[in-house]
Design a protein. Structure first.
Length: 154
């Protein structure tokens, strides 16, 4: 039996604390950014005369169906992979499963960047890549919303 003053206990406790910090940072980053991008998709849908209801994946499909010129298939892939990461984080703490989804987000995000942008992002850690992937899609969604609103005015 290990006692609380056993040096192995302190080492194990520190490892547990570090794991919680890593999971916490990823969860907060992904969930927060997911919510913001969903709000931006809602604004785009409303600006386009559509209802902003349903699941995130349904909203992706509706937004994509409107064919905003700001988006390419690469941005839709990033958004879809980021949503899958959010779903994985929301339903499991299995680090291997989360890492697999994170690797998919990383690959999609880096593929969506220009040749000039990519070298600056390749070495980012997973939390920064997750945030950047959502921010990337969010920026395009803001631009698409502005285009939709301008189209209504003309």
């Amino acid at each position: 039996m290990m006692k609380a003053d056993d040096p192995r206990f302190e080492k194990a406790r520190q490892e547990a604390i570090e794991r919680v910090k890593r999971v916490d940072e990823m969860m907060v980053t992904v969930l927060k950014n997911h919510l913001v991008v969903e709000q931006l998709m809602d604004e785009f849908l409303v600006a386009s005369g559509k209802k902003a209801d349903g699941k995130f994946s349904d909203k992706i499909d509706r937004c994509k169906g409107l064919r905003p010129p700001e988006f390419t298939e690469k941005e839709w892939a990033v958004l879809t992979k980021a949503n899958q990461l959010r779903n994985k984080i929301g339903h499991t703490l299995d680090q291997a499963e989360i890492k697999a989804k994170m690797d998919e987000v990383r690959a999609a995000y880096l593929a969506a960047l220009s040749d000039e942008q990519r070298p600056h992002s390749e070495k980012l850690d997973d939390v920064r890549i997750a945030a950047a992937a959502f921010e990337h899609c969010g920026a395009y969604m803001v631009a698409a919303t502005e285009t939709a609103r301008a189209g209504k005015k003309s």
